[in-house]
Write a protein that binds this ligand. Sequence first.
Ligand SMILES: [Zn+2]
Ligand SMILES: [Zn+2]
Length: 414
Amino acid sequence: MHSRFARACSGAINTVSMEKTAQEKGLGVIGTGDFLHPEWLKELKSTLAQDGDSGLFLLKGSAGGTRFVLSDEICTVESVNGSSKRIHHCVLLPSFDAVDALAESLKRYGSLGSDGRPILSMGAAHLVEEVFKASKDAFVFPAHAWTPYFGVLGAMSGFSSVKEAYGDQAKRIQALETGLSSDPAMNWRVSELDRYALVSNSDMHSLGNMGRESNVLEIDGGVTYAKMVDAITNREEKGFRMTVEFYPEEGKYHYDGHRECGFSVNPEADSTRSCRVCGKPLVVGVLHRVNDLADREPGYKPKNAVPYIHAVPLLEVIAYALKKTKYSAGVRSAYEALIGRFHDEFDILTAARPEEIAEVAGDGIAQSIDNVRHERIRIKPGYAGVYGELDLLGRNRNSEAKPISQKSLFEFPT
Ligand SMILES: [Zn+2]
Ligand SMILES: [Zn+2]
């Protein structure tokens, strides 16, 4: 998550709007994001109250019941042999005391107030040490592990393994965020990653994107910070039931490409490394990078693998079906009509009967949702910072929509 204090994030994000959105989406626990930012931290302290001694927080004065977990995304930059290495990390902590202690120790490595996602001059291992000094119950893992510039395994970040990046602190890393442009099946091809829980989070920059990726946990009794972390990391217990995934082709860095020239290539079909329009090197995407680091064939499934489903956020489905933009009034009113009739967005995307969806929102939306559920869609893959383009009703070109599978993606003819 991000707050409105992070770069390129919506000004509408506050704890009240976050809780309302979480309830529409069907999320039980959400991150606060950006806890190191002094102004946002002040707002978190004044609007949230401890949920007993659970290590989670509730919105003051609300009966909503959405839990907040204190979270932040941090960018570390270190110079190794003259080249600078950058990684984004997610950090979760169970108390404001721990956040205060961490802010106190990290402020000497960079400005905490200039961006909700602070850039700190320190190595990844050093950050992990400081985080665990702030709380022995901290939970830290690499964010969007495969994205080219800031993912721990990304093509330009400077590392090829989690161990190499975190050095002597690697043993404290128990999870890894797959990011929007990869799904678990892609990660299963890299045997080093078997030891990490593969988590999926939204990296929300605006409220509509909350929950576009999420984790489904089954926890007995009330949810607490400790039980949540344990359900994720202790996969023998089967409390980590499933993740909800963006179609990786829809992510902004799936294929290789060059944004300025609108040029992209499927790295599995074309070995070009430079842009055919301008000749500059392409941004190496996630699919390419996974193929470079994979030591297993596609389709391999490790023991203890957590299942997943692909989903498309409901606002995007409606926008596609109505041929309107995601934030238009017509899309919002169809969204609200559906939320009013059914329980929440996840219920609509995964469980509601298509006939009933059609009664409220029309055949186009109902058919689109059904197609997403059954992977009967096509996507023109994203690249170099450009999101993939969805085709949920087979509108584009001549062919009928075919299922996309984890192995082969049915692409638009070019
Ligand atoms: Zn990031
Ligand atoms: Zn170019």
